[in-house]
Design a protein around this ligand. Structure first.
Ligand SMILES: [Fe+2]
Length: 292
């Protein structure tokens, strides 16, 4: 590939170092926890697979209240804004709206709903995720993330069975984030909570376990980093979606985790790992995402 910038070596080093530092951080965190604690089990799972499931993170009553809070946010969407496809509209309450047929996303709900924001402020999950995502080398972002908590996003996708004016029709063939992709060439954390049960027909989130390990996709990470920093010729730029060869590589080398989970379960994953939203064929999928 042809590189324009003289900072090429520094950029490569930055990508490599970010992965090495993340490895050090996760080793340090697992060292700090006792091996018989529950936290340790989840940290170990995250360390080995790049994703982990914490069952029953919220109990039945809590998750029902959280679901209702998200529905309340949906009710705040002015009906006159609704059309089949909405790219990105910022509402007056600071929430961003995105919609395709059968699926709607409310982003930055923490701007509008203090109860939801409070759920994650200064909580262990936030401390862990912020430290893993920003570390001590980016103190400002680290502190902001710990104090304010994550960006909160609500997404509902359905087959026509969810009766609501904001998303009256069922899904089509289009799936938001439906192709295998990564979210970043630099390690970071996202998580989500099932607000209702997710089974295989509801289009569970899929993650190639261990695909976040630097050794497997290093060329992809570096080239993507160059593309996103505009350090590469336009014709050589790539996107976060994987090409056919890389998808084949993932299918042949990694176990695919499908998040068929219960209400209140939390899934946490490294944004460098390859993942996608599978297609909903029946029912509804209600998820609340946390972006660190
Ligand atoms: Fe993604």
């Amino acid at each position: 590939m042809k590189i324009k910038s003289i900072g090429t070596k520094i950029a490569i080093l930055k990508v490599i170092l970010s992965h090495i530092i993340s490895d050090i951080k996760i080793n340090l965190i697992s060292f700090l926890f006792f091996s018989n604690s529950n936290h340790y089990r989840y940290i170990k799972e995250f360390k080995s697979k790049g994703c982990a499931v914490i069952p029953n993170y919220f109990n039945k009553d809590e998750v029902e209240k959280i679901y209702q809070q998200n529905i309340q946010e949906l009710e705040k969407v002015p009906p006159e804004l609704i059309q089949e496809k909405i790219d990105n509209i910022k509402l007056e309450n600071g929430v961003n709206l995105e919609k395709i047929r059968g699926s709607i996303k409310l982003k930055n709900i923490e701007n509008s709903n203090k109860n939801l924001k409070k759920l994650f402020k200064l909580k262990p999950i936030t401390l862990f995720s912020s430290f893993y995502s920003y570390s001590i080398f980016n103190v400002k972002k680290l502190l902001y993330s710990i104090i304010h908590g994550p960006l909160i996003l609500y997404n509902v996708t359905h087959d026509g069975s969810f009766k609501h004016y904001t998303v009256p029709e069922g899904v089509s063939d289009e799936v938001i984030a439906g192709d295998p992709h990564i979210d970043s060439p630099i390690p970071g954390i996202k998580a989500f909570i099932a607000l209702k049960k997710v089974d295989i027909a509801n289009g569970p989130f899929c993650y190639f376990e261990k695909s976040n390990s630097f050794k497997h996709l290093k060329n992809f990470y570096i080239r993507l980093f160059f593309s996103e920093q505009k350090m590469i010729d336009k014709e050589n730029e790539i996107t976060r979606s994987l090409d056919k060869d890389l998808i084949n590589f993932c299918e042949n080398n990694f176990e695919l985790y499908k998040a068929t989970i219960n209400p209140g379960d939390l899934v946490i994953f490294d944004t460098c790992g390859v993942h996608y939203a599978s297609k909903l064929t029946k029912g509804q999928r209600h998820l609340m995402f946390l972006y660190y």
